[in-house]
Ligand binder design. Structure first.
Ligand code: ZN
Ligand code: ZN
Length: 361
């Protein structure tokens, strides 16, 4: 009996009599007792239609057929060569889930990222032993998805698992330490422990600088998060200085991207960063637009960044809007050195026919 329409995958009821004696099936998402099964692969089970649909949209659509060889064969009955083949399939599956979860997270689709992140952790546990340091990226991914849906209790638990695994893995690289400290810092901010958050973000910046360079966009985001905490604590002087640094770094990066864009070189701007950069720059812009510290130079700089970002992202309306804010602010300062580049950008946005490859990517 078919229960759900094809667009969301098809399920049928599990007939307990059709299962071998003593086998109970559990829901792919919540691990509760299952009553439905995916009709396509017949190796994935759900407690109800809601969990089936969430899993289908989150990850199952991508991996449904891949699960068949993994879940239907018992490893001990296979030859050595076939066992290796199944293990390699699991690693492939893990890679798919990780990249799906990451791309959904970068689009801020936290709810949809959950099934992929959850599957990724389960698959990592299966491929590696539960204590292996290979689980750390999966813990961090699942923590980030849960952070997005405000499940802070689970975030705390996952991050302590990750911390524990990091402690036991002295070979962990700066990249992992950086991600761990960033997640811990964000959790501290969410639970109101601002001083602890500052310590985590300082570590985040240190490891980001070691892994990607001091001027990297990863280190820059760390500076932003730290500045935001100082702003929340009312430490305006240090927040001002750090926000200016953040805007300066982004201005340099985006100016380079615009130059390569004009030269028709394949753009190197990573679209997955777009949402995060937009959020970073808007927060900084609002900070400088606040009546108490209105700073035309900084408003021009940050609004110019946002205009470049949206021009590269192919949204000329937003690029024009921010470009005009930038121009107005820069014209308040006599002979401001940004006035000309802002005017050039505005012309570029308004005359896209002069370009051979408008938009980003
Ligand atoms: Zn369920
Ligand atoms: Zn399936």
């Amino acid at each position: 009996m078919e229960v759900t329409p094809g667009a969301c995958g098809i399920t049928s009821k599990i007939y307990p009599l059709a299962l071998p004696r003593g086998t109970e099936k559990f829901c792919e998402l919540c691990q509760g007792p299952a009553t439905l099964q995916c009709t396509k692969c017949r190796v994935t089970f759900y407690c109800d239609a809601e969990h089936q649909q969430a899993d289908w949209a989150g990850i199952h659509e991508r991996i449904c057929p891949l699960l068949i060889p993994i879940r239907t064969q018992s490893l001990c009955s296979l030859t050595k060569a076939d066992q290796i083949h199944v293990e390699l399939k699991k690693v492939e599956l893990m890679g798919i889930c990780m990249s799906v979860a990451q791309s959904k997270l970068s689009e801020r689709k936290y709810e949809e990222a959950l099934p992929a992140a959850q599957f990724c952790l389960r698959c990592s546990m299966d491929v590696h032993s539960p204590s292996a340091n290979h689980l750390i990226p999966a813990y961090l991914l699942l923590a980030e998805a849960n952070f997005g849906v405000s499940n802070l209790a689970l975030v705390t638990e996952l991050l302590s698992q990750a911390e524990w695994a990091v402690l036991k893995s002295p070979e962990c690289g700066h990249e992992i330490y950086q991600r761990l400290h960033r997640s811990l810092g964000r959790l501290q901010v969410a639970t109101g422990n601002l001083d602890a958050a500052l310590l985590n973000f300082a570590n985040d910046i240190y490891h980001a600088s070691e892994a990607y360079g001091l001027d990297s966009t990863v280190a820059c985001r760390g500076h932003f998060l730290m500045a935001d905490v100082f702003a929340k604590q009312g430490k305006t002087a240090i927040a001002c200085s750090m926000f200016s640094e953040v805007a300066g770094t982004w201005h340099t990066h985006l100016t380079k991207h615009i130059e390569t864009h004009i030269q028709n070189v394949q753009p190197s701007f990573d679209k997955s960063q777009h949402t995060e950069v937009d959020e970073t720059l808007r927060t900084v812009l609002e900070f400088w637009q606040n009546e108490d510290r209105k700073n035309s130079g900084q408003i021009a700089l940050v609004a110019h960044c946002l205009a470049m970002l949206w021009f590269l992202g192919g949204d000329s309306q937003k690029a024009l809007g921010f470009g005009n804010v930038a121009l107005q602010a820069s014209q308040l300062i006599p002979n401001h050195d940004l006035t000309e580049p802002i005017q050039t950008l505005l012309q570029l946005v308004q005359n896209p026919q002069r370009e051979q490859h408008p938009g980003c990517n």
